[in-house]
Design a protein around this ligand. Structure first.
Ligand code: NAP
Length: 489
């Protein structure tokens, strides 16, 4: 029997969604000339999606007027003039102090635009983990959840290491929205394992490479320019995985499998992502009022891939290069794979957590005071630079004035510590690439592996000299403490 409506899944208790979510980033692209979509007409488009069972919509605070359009649609739903629907949004603040008021204002802005008292899923994006404000931001979101302003908290573009920090810190994360497609298979690895083990679901975007993963581009010559932000972004992914030939190899494999099943290239590409057990849903972008592909996309639920199909796709994957790193890295480190490309200038403008101060009477010496009450009492600094050398004190996973991050989880603590070390070295004019030595003190050496793996994630290519020592009694209730030395240049 042919499927007539998209399958559904329970994203969180009480939150049932379509497994084909409709993505509204494309609204921002359609409005980039300054002309906004007519909210009544666009709300009517959302109603047509909802009527066909595509009733879950993904937005963000910066997707043009998408939140206003969804607000208009939801008002129509309340008035009985449109079929029911669910709206997800995102809050993507510039890193800085995430006080409860900052968090509340950020969320309230979206609620106001959507005309809602509470949102089903608020997803949080953070630009750079050198700034630990993300922990305060998500704690703020958790408070708003308790107050009923948010029903569920998700994140977007978090790598596995920082998703771990949030989850092991006890924060109630239901989902991580990440790029996941036949072009970008990073989420199938460590991220999926962590999500499955910890009850976090993936919401996959980029599944159709902005439309590049479709019949239209099979055998087509490489375009000299692409016209919308989404294709601009995924063209960078194509360039990273081996270029147009690599894309064509994957498209040919998708076309072979699609022909066997009487399906389309997008059906097979979407099915492949949906088959991953950590994936709750894929988000397919929609250009409201221009084109819609509901009838074709629905057929994904009539396709079942077999081992031969997966092997055919696997051969094509093997002839492409993997996208490097983990989920979300494309926003934070080279190769930057965003619509606007290299974000390093943007990241340089982000507020820094530490500030170096010159040491009086010692030319060439700088130090960082983190503000701990113990620094002046005990006579030490978070980090010191003398000439071209940087020394970072033994660092623990202490957030703010004394909160222990990820109690009992050495892997999460290591991630948090290494971010502090990276931020300290950056404030003193160096980078993690300059690190020549690390020393790790661990309370229970039986727990060495998550610590060593987290260290490897930061230093895998840098490979400083390293010592790991078991210390039965670390001061404070910590699992691990790390110090580092760097030579700049
Ligand atoms: N969290 C994040 O950082 C992030 C980043 C990117 C996207 N997203 C979310 O994910 C959504 C998905 O957008 P995306 O940019 O990743 O694009 P995408 O979903 O990979 O591609 C969407 C495009 O694919 C084409 N398409 C859809 N179904 C098709 C079919 N059956 N046959 C042929 N073409 C088809 C359409 O192109 P035409 O309209 O040109 O026909 C559509 O605009 C966004 O709207 C947003 O909600 C999130």
């Amino acid at each position: 029997m042919t499927t007539t409506r998209p399958q559904r899944t329970l994203l969180a208790p009480g939150l049932e969604i379509s497994r084909l979510v409709t993505g509204l980033w494309q609204v921002a692209d359609m409005e980039r000339d300054g002309r906004t979509l007519d909210p009544d007409v666009a709300a009517g488009d959302l109603a047509a999606y909802a009527a066909a069972g595509f009733d879950t919509f993904d937005m963000a605070d910066h997707y043009g007027s998408a939140e206003i359009i969804a607000g208009r649609f939801l008002a129509n739903v309340r008035a009985g003039k449109a079929p029911a629907g669910t709206a997800f949004t995102k809050w993507c603040p510039k890193p800085g102090a995430m006080t409860p008021d900052v968090v509340r204002d950020g969320v309230q802005r979206s609620l106001d635009r959507m005309g809602l008292d509470t949102v089903d899923l608020m997803q949080f994006h953070w630009w750079t983990f050198d700034h630990p404000g993300y922990l305060d931001a998500v704690k703020g979101l958790a408070r708003l959840r308790e107050e009923g302003r948010i029903r569920n908290i998700g994140v977007t573009n978090f790598d596995t290491a920082h998703l771990r920090v949030l989850v092991k810190h006890g924060l109630p994360i239901v989902s991580n929205q990440v790029s996941f497609s036949v072009l970008d298979r990073r989420a199938a690895g460590e991220m999926s394992d962590f999500c499955l083990a910890n009850g976090v679901r993936l919401l996959a975007y980029g599944t159709l490479g902005g439309g590049l993963v479709s019949q239209r581009w099979l055998g087509a010559p490489e375009p000299t320019a692409v016209d919308d932000w989404s294709k601009m972004k995924y063209k960078r992914f194509v360039d990273t995985i081996g270029g147009w030939d690599a894309l064509q190899g994957i498209l040919r494999a998708l076309a072979d499998v699609a022909a066997k099943h009487g399906a389309s290239i997008p059906n097979v590409a979407t099915r492949w992502v949906l088959d991953h057990p950590a994936v709750a849903a894929v988000i397919i972008g929609a250009r409201l009022g221009e084109r819609e592909h509901r009838a074709d996309n629905l057929k994904v639920f009539d396709v079942a891939l077999d081992d031969a199909d997966r092997a055919r796709l696997g051969e094509a994957f093997a002839r492409s290069k993997p996208v490097p790193g983990d989920c979300g890295d494309e926003y934070r480190r080279p190769p930057f794979l965003t619509a606007s490309g290299d974000l390093s200038h943007h990241l340089d403008t982000v507020e820094k957590v530490y500030r170096a101060v010159p040491v009086e009477g010692r030319p060439g010496r700088l130090r960082i005071d983190s503000g701990s009450i113990w620094e002046p009492v005990c006579g030490y600094s978070r980090a010191v630079r003398a000439g071209d050398r940087i020394f970072v004190s033994g660092t623990t996973a202490t957030h703010g004035s004394g909160e222990i991050v990820c109690p009992g989880d050495p892997g999460g603590q290591t991630v948090y510590i290494l971010d502090k070390i990276a931020a300290s070295i950056a404030a003193l004019g160096g980078s993690l690439e300059d690190v020549v030595r690390t020393r790790i003190y661990i309370r229970d050496v039986a727990l060495w592996e998550p610590v060593a793996r987290a260290h490897g994630r930061y230093f895998g290519d840098i490979r400083p000299a390293n010592t790991m020592v078991e210390i039965a009694d670390l001061i404070g209730d910590y699992e691990v403490e790390i110090e580092a030395e760097a030579i700049v240049g």
